[in-house]
Design a protein around this ligand. Structure first.
Ligand code: RNT
Ligand code: ZN
Length: 425
């Protein structure tokens, strides 16, 4: 079923593909070289269904929900690292790992979120250093008793607001320490679930409270060499259908006025709105942005990404706009109904593949057509490009990066499932 093509086969197919692309003026070698420099941030939470290692009796998961019960979920930090390590071994290139505060290691002690310290992430840093990974970070403002009514930074109770402000400040300090230790800046993304299930009468007050909390959190600026701060908006969530306090407009204005990064999550807008169209818009005003690449099916369902038109369009926008240095690419999907390691591998390989396809595009030619208003030629060429043999270049790239090509990686995942996942209680 999942057979590996031979090296000779990969080589032959690549030589053929290289010639075809050269005919379009595209240098496949250059595309692969560029591709190898683009890090993707793998989210730790795909490995355990956004669980974390704390044991709070919390009713609310902040409206984000992994569905499914696939056996073998990681339940300890070591298991999560082992699983993520297996996934990373099957993904070409050097990447990043995205942690949430709820993945702290407190050695059995109860440390509430406002008291978390860099030392609680030491094992993660050691692991990242060993694997040459950058780390990204997120305060966890959900799945906690103090978030059970769905409000955190915009809560009417000043004490609860302070708790979450302190947690976010603690998270930023941890991120700075991590970025400093690794010598690669951490991107710290803030998302809060705050919002109203039913129609509120005072949207303004809640948004003013959020703004006040945010200003306390970001009062001290980070050294950009250690930490970059991003804020993530949302249109609606389960339990916040009528009004999300941190809407797009709230955070767009906030990021611009405070010089922060804006995080665009592919599932956080109206269903026919796409973030591929937003990248060039928001980058008129912001230096850098963060993406949460995800796939909504009918709603913000966080399905594993596939090589869809929109994922390709996101990659094309980044490459065509020459935004690779300004766009941080993070993943944000979670599926508990399939092998979780495969989910990481499939989604991350899709993102890299989409970037490869974008790098193999004869963009200059397309741009000339567009400037000459030759939209017929533009459409014709765009359609022709869709059937060029990028798969052969992809296989060759995987081999070059010492990871299995095509479906061959699934053999490893299936073996790992038998040897490791099936042995977990
Ligand atoms: C929720 C946001 C947020 C989370 C992660 C776990 O709607 O997308 O980014 O998915 O922080
Ligand atoms: Zn997100």
């Amino acid at each position: 079923m999942f057979t590996a093509p031979t090296d000779a086969h990969i080589q032959r197919a690549y030589e053929h593909a290289k010639e075809i692309y050269a005919g379009y003026g595209v240098d496949t070698e250059q595309a692969m070289q560029r591709l190898a420099t683009i890090p993707i941030s793998l989210h730790c939470w795909q490995g355990d269904d956004v669980g974390g290692f704390e044991h709070y009796d919390a009713a609310s998961g902040g409206g984000i929900q992994a569905t499914g019960n696939y056996p073998g979920k990681a339940t300890t930090p070591d298991q999560l690292r082992q699983d993520a390590g297996q996934a990373l071994d099957l993904i070409p290139g050097k990447h990043r790992f995205n942690l949430h505060a709820m993945y702290a290691e407190t050695a059995g002690a109860t440390v509430d979120r406002d008291a978390l310290k860099p030392e609680h992430f030491e094992n993660w840093v050691a692991w990242a250093r060993e694997r040459e990974l950058g780390i990204d970070f997120n305060p966890t403002c959900f799945a906690h008793p103090k978030a059970d009514d769905g409000f955190t930074l915009s809560h009417y109770d000043a004490g609860i607001r302070k708790f979450w402000v302190d947690h976010c400040i603690a998270s930023r300090s941890i991120a700075e320490a991590i970025g400093k230790a690794l010598g690669i800046p951490c991107v710290t993304n803030l998302w809060v679930p705050d919002g109203y299930k039913d129609t509120p009468v005072d949207r303004n007050k809640s948004r003013m409270l959020l703004l006040e909390s945010l200003d306390s959190i970001y009062a001290n600026r980070s050294n950009p060499g250690h930490n970059l701060d991003a804020v993530e908006c949302k249109l609606f969530g389960i339990g916040s259908e009528s009004c999300v306090i941190g809407s797009h407009e709230v955070y767009m204005g906030y990021a611009i006025s405070r010089n922060l990064l804006l995080c665009l999550d592919a599932g956080h807008f109206h269903p026919t709105e796409v973030i591929s169209d937003k990248i060039s818009s928001v980058l008129l005003y912001l230096d850098e942005i963060l993406l949460h690449v995800s796939r909504g099916v009918r709603w913000d369902s966080d399905h594993v990404i596939v090589l869809s038109d929109e994922i390709r369009a996101i990659a094309e926008e980044i490459v065509r706009g020459d935004y690779l240095e300004r766009v941080h690419i993070g993943l944000d999907f979670f599926d508990a109904s399939i092998n979780r390691i495969a989910a990481w591998v499939i989604g991350t390989r899709v993102m890299i593949k989409a970037l490869l396809i974008a790098l193999l595009e004869p963009t200059a030619t397309l741009r000339e057509f567009e400037r000459a208003q030759n939209f017929t030629a533009r459409l014709a060429l765009l359609e022709e490009l869709k059937t060029l043999p990028f798969g052969a270049v992809w296989d060759y790239y995987c081999a070059q990066q010492n990871v299995p090509p095509a479906g061959a990686w699934m053999q490893t995942v299936q073996q790992y499932e038998k040897d490791v996942l099936a042995q977990r209680g």
